[in-house]
Ligand binder design. Structure first.
Ligand SMILES: [Zn+2]
Length: 85
């Protein structure tokens, strides 16, 4: 079951399973380390689906940029709607 997450830094993320991401045409492997987690995180601003370790790493390092927000919103809305068809 996909769930919405808004991080402390304001990033929009969707936690969802490998089955769900594959339904959207994903190949079900982490875009950062190439493992195949059962659950992953879709990071809208990057348009990437990653495992929990990579997600936590990214979250520590990431900085939000105002100019990325329109793309982030677009990616997030598109993916969320597809997951909930
Ligand atoms: Zn990973």
């Amino acid at each position: 079951m996909a769930t919405k997450i808004t991080t402390e830094k304001g990033f929009k993320v969707i936690k969802c399973s490998i089955v769900e991401i594959m339904k959207l045409g994903g190949i079900g492997i982490c875009d950062m380390c190439n493992t195949a987690p059962l659950d992953g995180y879709y990071i809208a601003v990057l348009n990437q689906w990653v495992c929990e370790d990579c997600y936590n790493d990214w979250l520590r390092r990431a900085r939000p940029y105002k100019e990325d927000e329109p793309i982030e919103d677009k990616n997030f809305t598109r993916t969320w709607n597809l997951l909930n068809l």
